[in-house]
Ligand binder design. Structure first.
Ligand code: GUN
Ligand code: FE
Length: 430
């Protein structure tokens, strides 16, 4: 049933990042696409089934632009060290285990079940460097009904032996095998994305060969950029001839968007220079803002308000397990809190994110990576979440905007989602 009507209290962000709310509205979905919001059902749609969600909140599904599926098992632990030590001490040992397909099966089942239950309808994921385990993750994501990009991670230097790929050539050929195998499997909602982990993990030769694959297969790219001061220092030592970290990718043709088919997501961009920010904008790169991870591994606070004002494309990333949870409700509030610390301690002239802006990032901002996703305007894909906010008992009479804000702050995504639709198809909650 991809054509139906949802009745309830509706909220989404318009293109100016302003919340639009409609009390007792009818959200009409035709063949998986939004037709519009109506106060009464027009005659021409009277034949459609109506799902009555009166007094519940109806909002767009959310996009997680950056999450490490292979780190999900240790989320919420390992908070004692900074990024580069954290990778060696926690992330790399765990990712090494995905050589074992039985382990991967268990770990990725838990991951897929969890994101299925969350408010997230779209994701861009890092798996691990292992091709077969990554394909297994793709099977699980396809079965979940969510729509996602999955990356086999490339890493041929600065990692412990079982995790470091033997050579640039083998990393390249495994990635090509991954792309071909994806093509054979004919998934409908799961797509591959090139995933050079970050410059410290990839030799120039490997980056160069991934640039070739990007051209040959017209595939998008995701990676990390300007996250942590020690990492940036390391990159400047590894690539002394580049202007900045952006150029360390760009010199291999990994960041452009020539055909409008390949896109690019860079996570973090906390310490980007003026030139780097200009380049991000010029190339239409999506910045995945990951506020929880940025604090946990002591990287800093990205100037996300400035990025929005400069017209960059920005969405949110949970960055599990740098971030402790896949909940984008938590990520929204973390983004707002981090932006307030930024205003107080870093730049008083940069105002904090408003709730509306942070909600926009989680819905429309990141959704744009997938096309017309994250809003309830005509032609948008019908990714929808329904929330029973009466579970959050109160004596107050709130507006829809206030109900949404407290639902997000109070973590209603953990127990209050009553329906979840992706492209108009309901995702079962079992
Ligand atoms: N940079 C390179 N790899 C990683 C990772 O797994 N997590 C984070 N937060 N940053 C990275
Ligand atoms: Fe990350």
């Amino acid at each position: 049933m991809d054509s139906f009507i949802l009745k309830g209290d509706i909220a989404y962000c318009d293109e100016n990042k302003k919340l639009v709310t409609v009390k007792d509205g009818f959200l009409i979905c035709i063949n998986g696409l939004i037709e519009g919001i109506f106060q009464d059902v027009p005659d021409r749609f009277r034949f459609l089934p109506i799902k009555d969600c009166s007094n519940q909140l109806i909002i767009p599904g959310m996009t997680d632009l950056h999450i490490h599926a292979a780190q999900y098992a240790f989320r919420g632990t390992g908070m004692d060290v900074e990024l580069l030590d954290w990778l060696q001490k926690y992330a790399f040992p765990e990712e090494s285990r995905f050589q074992d397909l039985q382990y991967a099966e268990k770990a990725y089942s838990i991951f897929a079940d969890s994101v299925k239950k969350s408010a997230t309808t779209r994701l861009c994921m890092f798996a691990s460097r292992h091709t077969d385990a990554t394909l297994l993750l793709m099977d699980k994501m396809e079965a979940s009904g969510l729509i996602s990009y999955v990356g086999k991670v490339n890493m041929d230097r600065n990692a412990p032996d079982p995790l470091r790929e033997e050579s640039a050539e083998s990393s390249f050929s495994e990635t090509e095998r991954f792309l071909r195998e994806w093509n054979e499997r004919k998934y409908r909602r799961t797509f591959p994305i090139l995933t050079p982990r970050f410059t410290p993990s990839c030799t120039d030769e490997l980056m160069d060969r991934l640039g070739e694959l990007k051209e040959k297969y017209a595939v998008s790219v995701q990676s990390h950029l300007s996250e942590n001061p020690s990492e940036i220092q390391f990159v400047s030592e590894l690539c002394p001839w580049t202007n900045d970290y952006f150029e360390a990718y760009d010199q291999f043709g990994l960041l452009g968007n020539r055909n409008q088919t390949e896109k690019c997501i860079m996570a973090h961009c906390i310490w980007s220079s003026e030139r780097e920010v200009d380049k991000l904008k010029e190339n239409g790169v999506f910045v995945a803002h990951c506020p929880s991870s940025n604090v946990n591994v002591r990287s800093g606070i990205a100037p996300v308000k400035k990025y929005l004002e400069r017209g960059l494309k920005v969405g949110l990333g949970s960055d599990v397990a740098g971030g402790e949870t896949e909940s984008l409700f938590s990520t929204i509030t973390d983004a707002i809190k981090a932006s307030k610390v930024y205003t107080r301690f870093i730049d008083e002239k940069t105002m904090p994110l408003t709730f509306e802006e942070a909600f926009y990032l989680a819905t429309r901002g990141g959704g744009e990576f997938f096309g017309k996703v994250g809003a309830f305007e005509q032609g948008y894909e019908a990714d929808v979440i329904v929330l029973r906010d009466e579970l959050l008992k109160t004596t107050m009479n709130f507006t829809i905007a206030e109900r949404l804000e407290r639902s997000v702050y109070l973590g209603l995504d953990r127990m209050g989602i009553t329906h979840k639709f992706v492209q108009g198809k309901e995702i079962s909650s079992d």
